[in-house]
Write a protein that binds this ligand. Structure first.
Ligand code: CMP
Length: 148
């Protein structure tokens, strides 16, 4: 089934143009279509809304601070099973686990810490819709599906 996911190349990653290019090439080589993209610095409000489910976690403040520290590369990606495929390409959330279990994953190669773990990807179709609405408020997902 054709699916979309919201991918973020986090601020520490896009600070390095070579890392950014490596990940962009990987996105295209793996057959994703880039439906929408922008370089955008999340505001405090965006980051708090985006990560609301983590508000009670010990890493929440660190995560929000890191995500607003500079621009991110933000993408709506489409392909069959886009959500699962992108999460597989990213590897595990925790970087030590990514380096150990899947060293060639994006997080295994480019993650610096559990917070600065290179990339984000939606974990379900509902999350993808919610996250796209936050970061691409002008993008009409329903219309896009109908037109395909
Ligand atoms: P992301 O995919 O952006 O979604 C939630 C983020 O919380 C996750 O990537 C990590 O950056 C961060 N995160 C999750 N678990 C931890 C943790 N144990 N320590 C620090 N940050 C974490």
């Amino acid at each position: 089934m054709l699916e979309v996911t919201l991918a973020i190349l986090k601020p520490h990653l896009i600070k390095n143009p070579v890392s950014m290019e490596i990940v962009q090439k990987r996105i295209l080589n793996e057959g994703f279509k880039i439906v929408n993209s922008k370089i955008y610095r999340l505001t405090q409000e965006d980051a708090e809304k985006f990560y609301a489910e983590h508000k009670s976690k010990f890493f929440y403040n660190r995560l929000v601070t890191s995500m607003i520290s500079g621009p991110s590369g933000i993408y709506v990606l489409a392909k069959e099973n886009a959500i699962k495929h992108w999460r597989e390409l990213m590897g595990p959330t925790k970087v030590y686990k990514a380096q150990f279990d899947n060293p060639h994953s994006i997080r295994g190669e480019l993650g610096l810490s559990d917070t600065r773990n290179a990339t984000h990807g939606s974990d379900s179709p509902e999350s993808a819709r919610r996250e796209i609405e936050i970061l691409f408020p002008e993008f009409n997902l329903d219309k896009w599906y109908k037109e395909e």
